[in-house]
Ligand binder design. Sequence first.
Ligand code: ADP
Ligand code: MG
Length: 246
Amino acid sequence: MEKVIEVKNLKKKYKDNEALRGLDFDLYKGEILGILGPNGAGKSTTINILSTILKKDEGKILYFGEEISERNINKIKSKLGIVPQDLAIFEDISAYKNITFFASLYGLKGEELEKATDYALEFAGLTSRKNDKPKTYSGGMKRRLNIACSIAHKPEILILDEPTVGIDPQSRNHILEDLKALKSNGTTIIYTTHYMEEIEQIADRVVIVDNGKKVEEGTIGELLDKYSEENLESLFLDITGKNLRD
Ligand code: ADP
Ligand code: MG
């Protein structure tokens, strides 16, 4: 299987706080990879480094087999879609304009930009509300708009950081179904969460992180077999001695 991202021995400190202590994992083309871990495990730090928003201290990241350099950074970034943990949308301008703004950062313009915006609105189920400002939206609709802004340019790899925190079950399901649909259209997805149910619902594979390191990796079936457990919750407790909901 083709590796589209390889993370090797990734380290990051904030002053004395070692957020990542040598994290390793691979992302395979076409899969949905779940990064599961409790608060403070290092998920956002990992995602922010992968997104090139944050600098790593040590380690190596390969995108499509290459390390990022001045020569390839624009090409690589154009293949990524980033959905940050905190909403990155403008509350006071219409959903339509939000999407065109972000899509234009990826170089789309003219008719191509209009088509991309319509596609993203339709995808997120927001077409009928496209002229409304996000400040009039529910939390779930804002989350869906946040995702729409990051997929209009049809990224090869979509990177999401806890995209379903604090929203109603209906919006959550909508988002999870959207991610599955993107996957069936060929998008590779990496997704962090501390909700085991979501991993069970959509992930092909899971990397379990705790204290800035990988503690396990595999398909859910493989891991449950290995630890003779029936669900991810007790599996997590087995491996880390911690409750995911602490
Ligand atoms: P997660 O997303 O899994 O909750 P984070 O990557 O946000 O974990 O955090 C990992 C560790 O790094 C935590 O101990 C957190 O307190 C710390 N941390 C995260 N961001 C910062 C920051 N900007 N400055 C200092 N410490 C941080
Ligand atoms: Mg986080």
